[in-house]
Design a protein around this ligand. Sequence first.
Ligand code: ATP
Ligand code: MG
Length: 406
Amino acid sequence: MKEIILAKFGELVLKGLNRRSFEAVIERNTMRALEPIGKFSFFNVQSTIYIECEDDGPFADTLIARAKERVRDIFGFVSVSTAAATEKDMDAIAKTAKEYLAPTLSAVKTFKVEAKRSDKRFPLKSPEICREIGGVLLSTFHHLKVDVHNPDVTVYVEIRDRGAYIHCGREQGAGGLPVGTSGKATLLLSGGIDSPVAGYMMARRGVSLSAVYFSTPPYTSERATQKVIDLAKIVSRYAGPFKLFVVPFTHIQEEIAKHCRSELFTIIMRRFMFRCAEKICLSQKGGALITGESLGQVASQTIPAISVTGEVVSIPVFQPLIGMDKEEITRISRKIGAFETSILPYEDCCALFSPKHPKTHPRSDELVKEERHFDIDALVDEALRESRLIRVDYDGETVEVEKRYD
Ligand code: ATP
Ligand code: MG
């Protein structure tokens, strides 16, 4: 008996997308995610990817269990199950069902069998398969009763093109679209709770990410940067490996603090962040920025503040958390495993120089006037020239690359 993973992608999701390229992307994402776990083979039939472990040794079960955990987080799959694979022969199916389901069926009182025969050449029809396998299980596990309405366990027998499969139901997959099917965007990733969640949510819509973090040495420490790298790694579990640019922001912040009215500090700083991020995004052939604002959460997240920040760039800014409460955002942060890292107490550059009374209704003309104090392009280019590029990968090491932004 061989245990395999069946990962199913939704038909609906295919609407409007080119089916072949969609499948190629989800297959590539799956192979890449499982590569660090072991050697697997992949077959794609009937909107399902069949994943088999090539290692037949004593660790095959563990490898399949680990692979399933991983596949559950891959965007584009609506459901994931592990199943026992066997030949399309009733004796083999009965024998496999008894063996494979023993631990599950020993622990429950009632069950039913559902059969699905997508290979119509199989001689028995679905109700006959149910009756026969149900009978075998009843005569093997004497404590069991059939309950067709409300069973403790439903046993599924699927007769498909490649073989027969037996399992006890599917778990929900991560949903969304495969990363890489909706273009590229650059996430402004800070060390907080919100931006990792924003990145996760856009990756779930199929966007492939790059990210930028603005650090303010020596006011922010190397530990604060490490925290952002750790968060980026967590996001890459879902979004796949991506590039993180660490942009030194000290000179820009000092210049703003020196030349601008303090109540406008935050908003002018954010306008500089957006300008830098847009350049990075375009260099990565991306088409949008992603940030973690939630309306009204802080002074820089009012409609006028968001509006004057966005106007310095010409690409769209996606703010997937804009209508969410902190509680909802925190729930997702916990679900994706980022929360504990996000709340580590390392200072974030925005906390420095921050005015006591930031302006909540900044006007565009007053900002433009304040910004006349600077050579904006020169400051942006200097920061980008000095940025570091880090390749972030969930399973692998993060690798710092000599080559920086260009
Ligand atoms: P977060 O929890 O993501 O830090 P926040 O609630 O602290 O967000 P702000 O500080 O106003 O809110 O930042 C809003 C958004 O701007 C962040 O979600 C993030 O996308 C971006 N941002 C803020 N600071 C930085 C930074 N140092 N580097 C990169 N992006 C940043
Ligand atoms: Mg923050």
